[in-house]
Design a protein around this ligand. Structure first.
Ligand SMILES: N[C@@H](CCC(=O)N[C@@H](CS)C(=O)NCC(=O)O)C(=O)O
Length: 208
């Protein structure tokens, strides 16, 4: 059984979308970020950096396996199941490149933009302009890539899952801004219509 340590944030949603798409049974442990549960010594045995998402998997042979970081989780389970990952080398190279863009560029830049424009007690124009410019570079690259194809590596893969929650979050707050990216919008709508994506985006479910 897989336990997914998560929270209702884009990085957490990548992992829950993946598990829903693959139909793997899992339970969610919703981390209490207010109480800093993510920095507890117990959780840091699963995620040494104290970030989410992370997974603890009880294996049928009695052993356990941990995975931390959305990139590792996406790649590991796609490889394990042979799904959402192209077999042929060229689409695989393309998929890995867009996966890396989602994990290393889009995600961290979007989080830094949020921190400096919303959370920071002092609004630093330099930082806000820097991260805004970097985000626009990501949006522009995605827009151009999606001009002639439906998904980032041709077919729907973990590269799309790596980027989707950050685009969904940005679009929700800046709907009119995204009108300048019609291909990115169409890609967003295509992915948002998938039932597994809708279930994954709703995780962790609120207690009744
Ligand atoms: N590189 C990591 C980044 C994970 C990350 O930044 N997670 C955020 C939530 S979206 C987090 O754990 N925030 C709590 C904290 O930094 O203390 C990944 O892709 O999973």
């Amino acid at each position: 059984m897989i336990t997914l340590y998560t929270h209702a944030t884009p990085n957490g949603q990548k992992a829950s979308i993946l598990l829903e798409e693959l139909g793997l049974p899992y339970r969610c442990h919703a981390l209490d970020l207010v109480e800093r549960e993510n920095l507890s010594s117990e959780y840091r045995r699963v995620s040494p950096i104290g970030k989410l998402p992370a997974i603890l998997e009880q294996r049928p042979d009695g052993g356990t396996r941990r995975l931390f970081g959305s990139g590792a989780i996406l790649q590991f389970y796609a490889e394990e199941t042979g799904r959402l990952i192209p077999v042929d080398r060229n689409p695989r190279a393309e998929m890995l490149s867009w996966l890396a863009l989602g994990i290393s560029d889009l995600g961290p830049t979007a989080l830094d933009m949020f921190r400096f424009s919303v959370r920071a007690p002092e609004k630093l124009t330099y930082a806000i302009d820097l991260f805004k410019g970097e985000l626009i570079r990501c949006y522009q690259a995605l827009e151009e890539q999606l001009a002639d194809i439906d998904y980032l590596a041709g077919s729907y893969t973990i590269a799309d899952i790596a980027c989707f929650p950050f685009i969904a979050a940005a679009r929700m707050v800046r709907e009119s801004f995204f009108q300048r990216y019609p291909h990115l919008q169409a890609w967003h709508d295509r992915i948002a219509a998938r039932p597994a994506v809708q279930r994954g985006m709703a995780m962790p479910a609120q207690p009744a």
